[in-house]
Design a protein around this ligand. Structure first.
Ligand SMILES: *Cc1c(COP(=O)(O)O)cnc(C)c1O
Length: 431
């Protein structure tokens, strides 16, 4: 497969844009190749600037539940554009999208729109701190909540549950209120609560998608809810990725655990930049201008972005069965790949939630970030590169989740499994 134009484009981009990309994971660093430059999308396919076509299992890292260039969403955007790109004043589109979001989530009575998941989470945490009048927050190792300072934290060595900045440029002072616990490990949560009486909120991806796909155990979430209630701490479900992907009505609907605040993004914008956070009125009324907690945005609730989000969510509302169909397809995909691997003596761990799928080259079940880190990175890199040559575009890091869209057909799933059989065979014979 010739990817010469992409290689040249990447060279040039690197001279002008750090690493040649506007978001680091796009750079293919962990799989050792160079990124593919995209010319356009067509349903389930990506077409690169060399004219190669790939079945796209990234779908813009989640947002495109209906694939590229969905007719309804495209039309809604074009219609909105004709009325003007931005006003910085209220539009009906915001209320309409808010109605839809509230109708999907039992825990949300009011919602505010922002322009990215990072912004949604950052604002939700400020709101939780303002509401509880406390400073500390608790997050889980391996969960990603955007790139705001207080959340770029990694585990310290030893017993300390307070984290250290995971990036230069983040003062240690800014992360000293961030406690870290281990995903699916309730004991580690209890230790944090023993260390601090000042925890405003616990934030978690109830279906973690940023260490590969690692859903939280139901019992763990129930315990987490109980501990939060006992301590007057708010529970935030970060569903920027899993919202409208993992299930139709949020993780709360499949776990029975109700969060205090939910953050959303990705699918909610239908491919345009939208984030949101919502909660019951009592909490949301703390936000300015009603309350004292400040939060704002020039392009928040942008009419074009709202139109895309509204088109996507109303499509989902009208066709709720979509989620089941996608889940069946995603399951067939990962089971097929796992069987293909097994025939070559390779063990894969796989999981599916709605249209999200995950796989690890790992002998053992993956329950947390430490488990995920024990996966075979070399094998993943070989798999990724060979599948790309076969015309299948998977996320270029083993710590990412895969996505299918309504444009991903059964035939494409079968073709992917068949390609994986060839790829595993080649990998095995090449070793
Ligand atoms: C993608 C993501 C974010 C950040 O959203 P951006 O739009 O990239 O800022 C936050 N939380 C989770 C769970 C995500 O998957």
């Amino acid at each position: 497969m010739n990817r010469e134009a992409s290689k040249v484009a990447f060279e040039e981009a690197q001279n002008l844009i750090p690493g040649g990309v506007d978001s680091p994971v796009r750079a293919f660093k962990s799989v050792g190749g160079t990124p593919i430059f995209i010319a356009r999308g067509e349903g389930a396919y990506l077409v690169d600037i060399d004219g190669n076509r790939y079945v796209d299992f990234v779908q813009s890292w989640g947002p495109l539940l209906f694939g590229h260039r969905d007719e309804t969403i495209e039309k809604a955007v074009l219609d909105a554009v004709k009325n003007g790109l931005s006003f910085g004043a209220p539009t009906l589109a915001e209320t309409e999208l808010a109605k839809l979001v509230v109708s999907f989530f039992d825990s949300i009575e009011k919602v505010r729109f922002v322009s990215s998941g990072t912004e949604a989470v950052m604002s939700a945490i400020r709101l939780a701190r303002g509401f509880t009048n406390r400073d500390d927050i608790l997050k889980f190792t391996g969960c990603y909540h955007g790139h705001s300072d207080a959340l770029l934290v990694e585990a310290g060595s030893g017993a300390a549950t307070f984290g250290h900045p995971s990036s230069p440029g983040v003062p240690a002072d800014f992360t000293k209120h961030t406690l870290l616990a281990e995903y699916n490990n309730i004991q580690s949560v209890k230790e944090c609560f023993a260390d601090s009486k000042d925890i405003a909120c616990v934030i978690i991806e109830p279906i973690a998608g940023n260490m590969g796909l690692v859903p939280a155990d139901k019992e763990f979430l129930h315990e987490l809810r109980r501990i939060c209630d006992e301590n007057g701490t708010l529970l935030i479900f970060d569903e920027v990725m899993s919202g409208f992907r993992g299930s139709l009505h949020g993780a709360e609907s499949i776990t029975g655990v109700t969060p205090d605040i939910v953050t959303l993004g990705k699918v909610i914008g239908g491919g345009m930049p939208v984030g949101a956070f919502g909660a019951r009125k009592e909490i949301m009324n703390m936000l300015s201008p009603d309350g004292p907690v400040y939060q704002a945005g020039t392009l928040s609730g942008n009419p074009v972005a709202m139109a895309a989000g509204y088109a996507a969510l109303s499509k989902l509302k009208q066709n709720a069965r979509v989620m089941t169909v996608l889940q069946e397809r995603a399951t067939r995909l990962v089971h097929g790949m796992r069987n293909a691997a097994k025939e070559q003596g390779i063990t894969m761990q796989v999981d599916v939630r709605g249209s999200m799928f995950g796989f690890f080259f790992n002998e053992h079940e993956v329950k947390n970030f430490a488990d995920a880190c024990r996966s075979d990175t070399g094998l993943f890199a070989k798999f990724h590169s060979a599948m790309l040559d076969e015309g299948f575009y998977f996320a270029c890091s083993l710590y990412e989740t895969g996505f299918i869209s309504t444009a991903t057909t059964d035939e494409m799933i079968e073709a992917t499994i068949a390609a994986s059989e060839r790829v595993f065979k080649a990998i095995k014979s090449g070793q």
